[in-house]
Design a protein around this ligand. Sequence first.
Ligand code: NAP
Length: 486
Amino acid sequence: MTQPKLSNSKLFRQACYIGGEWVGAQSGETLDVDNPANGDILGQVPNCNAQDAARAIAEADKGFQVWRKKTANERSECLYRWYQLMLDNTEDLGKLMTLEQGKPLAESKGEVQYAASFIKWFAEEARRSYGETIPGAKPDQHIVVTRQPIGVSVAITPWNFPAAMITRKAGAALAAGCSMIVKPAEATPYTALALAHLSAEAGIPAGVLNVITGKPRPIGEAFTSSPVVRKLSFTGSTVVGGKLMAQCAEHIQKVSLELGGNAPFIVFDDADLDKAVEGAMASKFRNTGQTCVCANRFLVQDSVHDAFVEKLTAAMKKLKVGDGFEEGVNQSALINRAAVEKVTQHYEDAMSKGAQRVYGPVPEGKKGNYVEPLLLTDVTPDMQLCHEETFGPLAGIIRFKTEEEAIRIANDTPYGLAAYYYSQNIHRVWRVADGLDSGIIGVNEGAVSNATAPFGGMKASGLGREGSRHGMEEYEEIKYLCMGGE
Ligand code: NAP
């Protein structure tokens, strides 16, 4: 067992944070957490069940009663302190994240700052939860609209961004005046628990932010079968998101779903190819291809196809695969064996249907879940990698002839999270923006995630938006007061 070496050892927590206390599962059961780079066991966290979740819900309800009475300014100040503490502990949080998730240390530290930016943003937004007044329907009537926190909220989050997927939910919920229970992914609980420790240091009252670890199904069912829980925010796969949405129907719980994507990355013949390659590298290879907004399909126009492939290959040659703690590494181990197998399967399927391998070795999968970056050409829309998220460093290029064809292929998916395209023709830029069915569009830009913008998808990619002013609305109820006269 390798224990993390941190400057602030209190950040390494192996218990759940419920009602302001560090507790184990009532059953005493635990789950191992490992390092995907080498399989070493890092430690254990409680394997909580439905009873533990019920306790967390009761504590979150108590926390809500305290928190909702705070002024917006008080909430804002607590959030701001939490933000500052995250920044102060960037180094340690980054190390914890690399240990449990695998991503290169520089990316982990970058994620800590990105995660903290949501808390800062919502600390500011907390003060701006404005209502409105509307002219009455009768001469002596006034209509006033207020916003109030929806209540106890729960978040179920994935492993690919162990900090940011939590803060963009918790920041919004707490700013709105809600309490929250977070159920992080089994693979990455330590970052979540460290954030809970810092929330307590920031003065966020007991029960307002809770973190529960364990197997997802019993905890999820406890959340969705409780009428006390008024909101569920989920980030993860479309299959699980759909199931949770159905479960939420019982008590008409409000849902936000940030689900899978299948992002097209289109390069038109009038693109700046160097910029397109830069954007392609950022979009495809960040987090070793394990982001929901990763370019999943490259569509390149006939006349620039070969030049783009050449430039992209040159850029990919600079990628360095290895342990996330090694200097210069920017491609790490994937999260687990299943992830390696999925990339391998997409590769083999594409090759069997006529794709050409232009860069990278045949994936073999060694100890440590590594896959070398791969570039394929002659990809066609019938290949598996065009229909499912690859979630790994495999880039496949489809050649197209016309703008209409590119838009048709780009939209030919049940998903609609992110899309990217490169063009220097302003008329085309608007036409394509209007034509793509995606919630997030990068126009001559490969890095689209930030706290100030509404993040979310269309179609099977989900419901609701996170970040921006819209993110807070997801945790609010609108109440209208009809003020009668005499
Ligand atoms: P996943 O299997 O759906 O897991 C996500 C979370 O749901 C984890 O905490 C998981 O717990 C939990 N979970 C699994 N089954 C559950 C159930 N029956 N009831 C309640 N909770 C359940 O997804 P993943 O493979 O870990 O994550 C990758 C997916 O997330 C990709 O599809 C990616 O595109 C998507 N994603 C979307 C966004 C976005 O903003 N749209 C951002 C990041 C990732 P365990 O970990 O304990 O199994």
